[in-house]
Design a protein around this ligand. Structure first.
Ligand code: PLP
Length: 372
């Protein structure tokens, strides 16, 4: 290791990478999270030693002792972001430093060691460089990057582990909406909550998602695409979807979104939407939004549009909301999106954000991080 946080990654190229022909066949229709590149990054950690043995190596199963702490007490965190080609043939990521910071906030909550931001960024650069030819050429496709870390110590005891493994794997993905952007339907779960004050809602830890699977299944049973959670205390206020944050667009053009009080994930897309909207002169309020306010606003015309946002789909219009107390469309009256279609403001914000990400529009905040 050289000075500071810089690690020198040892590069061990995969001796048997996927052939060009097979890779081309896989990239023709990659789907989401099904296929993976030839390499992975691994960095180890031990108390007293810090992060060590940074490597890029062939993607392969990781040997794991049955007493590895993560298998029992779920000390695990992850991130998700995309690398994509730019119009001039380069490769870029969107705000990876924000993912690095969130990774460390998740680590702090789960009593795990912080990973230097520089090491996080370096690890992404390394896998992108070595697996460059896995990035789909499709301008809507991308290479989904999954950095994660878990307690690898072999020990059955409820305390923070003393050894961890950090990895990055990469998965080429196609366009999220193959047939154009379509509004989703969401189910307000009456049975499950996602996170309580003081819990782990703001951390990106695997356990949050395991706990959400029953709620997502309930949403599917009710014919909905996604689940939306209400707050765990009063069961009145909108928190977020299973994997996306929520915004409403009001009739004066302003945006409202639930505040970051520790029960929802601080989405990087959420933050980007707020900053872009404010730059464009739109008012944005981060405040509690009750389901009742949404329902009544949809009926009166006060709420004109709704959308969900996150890395995977960027921005997804919300069309209909189903709940035990009845269903409603986002704009129930005789106005712009009466049939629960894709709202104008939603689609304009979506275009603005995607154009910045893809290098087709000016990047006012310096968010696009060039890799190659
Ligand atoms: C629970 C949850 N909320 C919100 C988001 C959106 O976050 P981001 O915009 O950083 O992808 C995600 C996805 O990462 C998520 O899993």
């Amino acid at each position: 290791m050289s000075g500071g946080d810089h690690l020198d990654f040892e590069i061990r190229p995969n001796p048997a990478p996927v052939s060009d022909a097979d890779r081309a066949a896989l990239l023709a229709n990659p789907g989401f999270g099904r296929i993976f590149t030839d390499h992975m990054v691994t960095v180890r950690y031990a108390d007293g030693k810090g992060w060590y043995e940074p490597r890029v190596e062939a993607r392969a199963p990781i040997p794991m002792d049955p007493a590895s702490a993560v298998l029992h007490y779920a000390q695990e965190i992850f991130e998700g972001l995309k690398a994509y080609t730019t119009p001039d043939g380069g490769v870029a990521m969107f705000r990876p430093d924000a993912n690095a910071n969130r990774f460390n906030q998740s680590a702090a909550r789960m009593a795990m060691p912080a990973l230097p931001v520089e090491t996080f960024l370096q690890s992404l650069h390394e896998i992108i460089k070595i697996d460059r030819n896995w990035i789909p050429e499709d301008p809507e496709g991308s290479l989904y990057l999954r950095p994660f870390a878990y307690a690898s110590e072999v020990f059955l005891g409820v305390r923070p582990a003393t050894e961890y493994l950090y990895l990055v794997i990469a998965s080429p993905v196609g366009p999220y909406f193959s047939g154009g952007v379509k509004p989703v339907s969401i189910w307000v779960t009456p049975d499950f909550t996602r996170a309580a004050p003081g819990g782990t809602g703001a951390a990106k830890c695997g356990g949050n998602y395991a706990a959400g699977l029953s709620a997502q299944a309930e949403a599917s049973e009710h014919g909905c695409d996604q689940v939306v959670y209400l707050d765990a205390v009063e069961r009145k206020y909108i928190d977020e979807l299973g994997g996306m944050n929520v915004f409403l667009v009001l009739d004066d053009g302003s945006l409202i979104t639930p505040p970051l009080t520790g029960t929802i994930l601080p989405g990087i897309t959420r933050d980007s939407v707020i900053k872009l909207a404010e730059l464009a002169g739109r008012k944005v309020e981060e405040r509690p939004i009750s389901l009742q306010e949404w329902r009544e606003g949809a009926a009166s015309g006060r709420v004109r549009e709704a959308f969900a946002c996150g890395t995977a789909a960027v921005i997804t219009p919300i069309g209909t909301i189903k709940s035990e107390d009845g269903d409603f469309a986002v704009a129930d009256g005789d106005f712009a999106v009466a049939d629960g279609g894709s709202g104008e403001v939603t689609m304009a914000i979506r275009k603005e954000l995607v154009d910045i990400q893809r290098g087709r529009a000016e990047d006012p905040f310096g968010w696009v991080h060039r890799v190659l």
